[in-house]
Design a binder for this molecule. Structure first.
Ligand code: CP3
Length: 357
């Protein structure tokens, strides 16, 4: 048995009672922390930071030293998988991620294969193992991957995009090629997440950042179907403990019921949906993770506290099934002091709600 000392996050996901609502933050290790910027400078670049297990471990722990967070998340990026598939990932300052060899030709797509995670993504598995050793079972470690559709968006466009022109062209013109990319990528993600679990990840999350830009039918066919396949292929028990999965489609609120039916243990919510309404819609089928607007953190501390309480009030006095988080990643312009207010409020106010039950 390797249950962490603070296992509040795992209990909330498994819908077992907790004394307070656990919280962690998407991109909790990142540029809003001066110590992160310092380590990144030492590493040379963001990608070198990801590829150096000792430094990746160092930055994973940085937010945990500052805040009373209830989970650690592996420091890495979703785009390591297409990089390992040979697409050549690089980052340009201020412009985000790019690929040297985006998928544009049929022959490139036919040649695509799933990488062996223990070989081509060894640095990620080494980071997971090193973080687990450093955490010494104090907190659970979350592993993650991008969804096949979100990864395909970057693989086809070669960069972030405002209109997904190349992706949408392929999806409607050559759905066979799109399915081929998604199918190979889904196999890659299953192997990648299972390797993270075998290396020590105690929960896994699938980030579907761009699925929300699809029509309802295209979402089912090109995004949800593949996440369902991934969830079905995941290791469910490791080291005698259940390993829960979280599926997060940004902009997926309209399809909440279908997402909750995909076999995952928890659904991540962005801030556009009311979490109490989400709970009523899915019943107790899954745990819910979210969902305060990350931009709330720009406001004054007393406003942050009020907004956090609104989310907790909406969820209600049920003493489990909610993991507090932002509705998307934290902005680099966030004040570290404001994050402290959020974490403290969630812990304090959720205890009060349970007492008043
Ligand atoms: O949550 C965590 O703390 C874990 C680390 C993590 C990062 N990226 C670190 C990162 C996670 C889970 C991700 C996921 C990720 N990466 C997603 C899905 C979630 C989302 O945000 O929708 C996506 C789409 C990416 C791709 C990516 N990586 C982009 C678009 C960018 C540029 C964003 C920006 O703000 O410039 C990155 C870089 C990145 N990934 C940074 C961090 C901390 C900033 C890099 C830096 O230090 O310069």
């Amino acid at each position: 048995m390797t249950r962490p000392r603070n296992d509040t996050f795992l209990r909330a996901i498994h819908q077992e009672p907790t004394e307070y609502t656990p919280i962690w933050l998407m991109r909790q290790a990142g540029r809003y922390l001066p110590e992160y910027c310092e380590t990144r400078k030492r590493a040379g670049s963001f990608l070198q930071l990801c590829k150096n297990p000792a430094l990746a471990c160092e930055v994973t722990l940085q937010p945990l030293a500052r805040y009373d967070l209830d989970a650690a998340i592996l420091f890495s990026d979703i785009l390591t998988v297409p990089d390992a598939m040979g697409l050549g990932l690089y980052f340009t300052e201020g412009e985000g991620p790019k690929f040297e060899r985006p998928l544009r030709h049929e022959w490139e797509i036919r040649d695509l294969t799933a990488p062996d995670p223990f070989e081509h993504l060894r640095y990620v598995m080494d980071a997971v193992a090193e973080i687990r050793r450093a955490l010494d079972n104090s907190l659970p470690l979350i592993g993650f991957s991008g969804s096949p559709y979100t990864l395909a968006c970057y693989m086809i466009e070669g960069a972030s995009s405002s209109d997904y022109r190349h992706v949408k062209t392929m999806l409607y013109d050559r759905p066979d090629l799109m399915h081929r990319i998604l199918s190979v990528t889904a196999d890659a993600v299953i192997a990648y997440l299972n390797a993270q679990i075998e290396s020590g990840a105690q929960a896994v999350m699938i980030f579907d950042s761009w699925g929300g830009g699809l029509s309802a039918a295209a979402y089912r066919e090109f995004s949800l179907q593949y996440m369902q396949r991934i969830v079905a292929g995941l290791i469910k028990v490791h080291d005698g403990e259940r390993v829960p999965s979280i599926v997060f489609t940004k902009g997926g609120g309209l399809w909440l019921e279908s997402i909750a039916d995909c076999g995952c243990d928890a659904v991540g919510l962005d801030w556009t949906i009311d979490i109490g309404e989400a709970r009523r819609r899915v019943g107790h089928k899954v745990a819910l993770q979210g969902n305060i607007d990350p931009n709330v953190l720009f406001a004054a501390p007393e406003k942050i506290a009020l907004e956090a309480q609104k989310v907790l009030d909406s969820y209600g006095s049920i003493n489990t099934g909610h993991v507090f988080n932002l509705g998307h990643g934290i902005s680099q312009f966030t004040s570290p002091a404001h994050v402290a207010t959020l974490v403290e409020t969630v812990h304090r106010y959720s205890r009060i709600l349970r007492q008043n039950k």
